[in-house]
Design a protein around this ligand. Structure first.
Ligand code: DOR
Ligand code: ZN
Length: 477
C-alpha cells in the first residue's frame, strides 16, 4: 500500500508517553506509528525534525457566533483560529441567533458549519425551559450534547427553573447525551447585580462582586443532585473557583457521571488583572482571586478536573471597551492560544506533555464517546494532528490572530510553543503557519461517532412523563 503521507522524525506525544516515531496516514486515518524504516511508501513525506506530534486538541467549549453575529466571528474565522491553535475538533455553543433549540435551526447550523469549517465539530443543542419537547428531534438531528444555562450570560438565554431542569435531565438521561452546564445560579447574580448597580458601581471589579464563588458552588451541587437522581450525564463548564471543586468531588465520589473543565483564564488571570484590563477581562464566570489558581491546577493534576477548554467567546473591541462594566460583552477569544499558553507552563515544568495531551485531547474524547477515533495517536484513529515547535518563543499580538475578535487579555503574553502544522483527518488545515484555503468545508460533525456506555436512567417510574397518566387503582375519578 502507498500511504498518503508519512511524517518522519517527530516526537510523538500521547496521553501516556512521548517517544520518537514516524506516523503514516492513509485516507484520513493513522495507518502506522513506528520506526522510520518500518513506514510504507508514501505520496508525500514531511520531515518533522524538531517538532512534537500530538493529537489535535478537542475544545469542547467555543462560541463561533454563526449564525447571528458575523461581526464577532463565523464558522470560517473560528475554525481557522482553531487550526492555528492546533485544535482539530470544537464543540460549538447554542447561543447563536436563533438559539439552537429545535431540529430546523440545528439543520441550518449544520449546513453553515459543514460549508465553512476547517476543523471537525460538534453542535450543542439548547436545553431550556421551553426546549425539552425538542430533545428527541435534536438528538436525531445530530447534536454532540446539550447546553443548559443555569445562569444568565451573553445571548440572554433564560435559565430554566429547577423543576424544568429535573424534567430536562429526565428526558436527556435515556439518550446518553451529556448535558454541559453553565453552573452559576441566576437568582443570586441578578439580585447582586441589581444592588451593585443601584449603589452606583460600574467598575470592572463589580462584575466579580456580583458573582461570588458561591453561585458556582450552589449550581454544581444542585445539578449533581438532579443528575444523581435521573442518571443524566453532566459536564461542568468553565470551573473558576476552588470552592466548587468540593461539590464536584463529592458528586464524583457518589458515582455521578460528571466531568469538569477549566479554562486558561482561570489558571493564568486573577482579580489583580481587572485594573490593568478593565472590561477586556469581563467573562462569565468571572476571573477570580489569585488563591483559586493553585487548587484548580491541583485538581487538573489529580484528575478531579478532567480537561482544558477555552470558552472562546469573541466580541468586537467596541463591545469590550465600554466604560460601564455592565454594558461590556462577556468573554474573549482563546481557541488559538490555549495550546501555546498551556505548553508554556509545560516548558516551566508545571505539568508534563502527557498531562497536557490527557487534558486537551484524550479526556474530552473519552467524555463524549469519541475514542478511539479522536484524541489518540494510534493506528485506526482519525489523523487529527498538531505538530508543535516547543521551543518557539513569541508573544501574542491580537492584531495577528485568526479570530475576528482582535481583543483579548492574552495580548502581549509571552509564549513558548507554537503549532506549525495542523492536520484534520489527514488533510492540512494549517501548514507552515499558513491557512490551507482548500480545506475550508472539510470539517465534519462528529456526533455520529459516539461510542458511550449504555445510559442508566434512574427513577424512571417517577419522571414527569411517567406520572402524567394516572395508574390503575389511583383512586376516585
Ligand atoms: O463570558 C461568557 N461569554 N460566558 C459565557 O458563558 C458565554 C460567553 C458568550 O457567549 O459570549
Ligand atoms: Zn461559554
Amino acid at each position: 500500500m502507498i500511504a498518503d503521507l508519512v511524517i518522519d522524525n517527530a516526537i510523538v506525544v500521547t496521553h501516556e508517553a512521548a517517544f520518537p516515531a514516524s506516523v503514516a496516514i492513509h485516507e484520513g486515518k493513522i495507518l502506522a506509528v513506528g520506526a522510520k524504516d518500518s513506514m510504507p511508501a508514501a505520496r508525500e513525506t514531511l520531515d518533522a525534525a524538531g517538532l512534537h506530534l500530538m493529537p489535535g486538541a478537542i475544545d469542547v467549549h467555543v462560541h463561533f457566533r454563526d449564525p447571528g453575529y458575523p461581526n464577532k466571528e463565523d464558522w470560517a474565522s473560528g475554525t481557522a483560529a482553531a487550526a492555528f491553535g492546533g485544535v482539530t475538533t470544537v464543540f460549538d455553543m447554542p447561543n447563536t441567533i436563533p438559539p439552537t433549540a429545535n431540529a430546523q435551526i440545528l439543520a441550518d447550523k449544520h449546513a453553515i458549519a459543514s460549508a465553512k469549517a476547517y476543523v471537525d465539530y460538534g453542535l450543542y443543542g439548547l436545553l431550556g425551559e421551553n426546549t425539552i419537547e425538542h430533545v428527541p428531534d435534536l438528538v436525531a438531528g445530530g447534536v454532540i450534547g446539550f447546553k443548559l444555562y443555569m445562569g444568565n450570560t451573553f445571548g440572554a438565554i433564560p435559565s430554566p427553573s429547577t423543576g424544568a431542569m429535573l424534567e430536562a435531565f429526565e428526558v436527556v438521561a435515556p439518550t446518553g447525551k451529556r448535558v454541559s452546564l453553565h453552573a452559576e445560579t441566576n437568582s443570586i447574580m441578578e439580585r447582586r447585580q441589581e444592588r451593585l448597580t443601584q449603589a452606583g458601581r460600574t467598575d470592572a471589579l463589580a462584575h466579580l462582586a456580583a458573582r461570588p464563588a458561591v453561585v458556582a458552588v450552589e449550581a454544581v451541587a444542585r445539578a449533581a443532585i438532579l443528575a444523581e437522581w435521573t442518571g443524566a450525564r453532566i459536564h461542568v463548564l468553565h470551573i473558576s473557583s476552588a470552592a466548587e471543586l468540593k461539590p464536584l468531588a463529592d458528586a464524583k465520589a457518589r458515582g455521578v457521571d460528571i466531568t469538569g473543565e477549566t479554562c486558561p483564564q482561570y489558571l493564568f488571570l486573577s482579580a489583580d488583572d481587572y485594573g490593568r484590563l478593565g472590561g477586556i477581562i469581563r467573562v462569565n464566570p468571572p476571573v477570580r482571586e489569585a488563591e483559586n489558581q493553585q487548587p484548580i491546577w491541583d485538581a487538573l493534576q489529580s484528575g478531579l478536573i478532567d480537561m482544558i477548554a477555552t470558552d472562546h467567546a469573541p466580541h468586537t473591541p467596541e463591545e469590550k471597551t465600554r466604560a460601564n462594566i455592565w454594558s461590556v460583552d462577556c468573554g474573549f477569544p482563546g481557541v488559538e492560544t490555549q495550546r501555546p499558553a498551556m505548553l508554556t507552563e509545560v516548558a516551566k515544568g508545571r505539568a508534563s506533555l502527557t498531562d497536557y495531551v490527557r487534558w486537551s485531547s484524550f479526556n474530552p474524547a473519552r467524555a463524549w464517546g469519541l475514542l478511539p477515533h479522536k484524541g489518540v495517536i494510534q493506528p485506526g484513529a482519525d489523523a487529527d494532528i498538531a505538530l508543535v515547535d516547543l521551543s518557539a518563543r513569541w508573544s501574542v499580538d491580537d492584531a495577528k490572530i485568526q479570530s475576528r475578535s482582535r481583543i483579548s487579555p492574552w495580548h502581549g503574553r509571552d509564549m513558548c510553543g507554537l503549532p506549525i502544522h495542523t492536520l484534520v483527518r489527514g488533510r492540512f488545515a494549517m501548514k507552515h503557519r499558513t491557512l490551507v484555503e482548500e480545506t475550508r468545508g472539510w470539517g465534519r460533525s462528529v456526533h455520529a461517532i459516539q461510542a458511550m456506555p449504555e445510559p442508566q436512567p434512574l427513577h424512571t417510574d417517577q419522571t414527569m412523563q411517567a406520572v402524567l397518566q394516572a395508574p390503575a387503582g389511583a383512586g376516585a375519578r
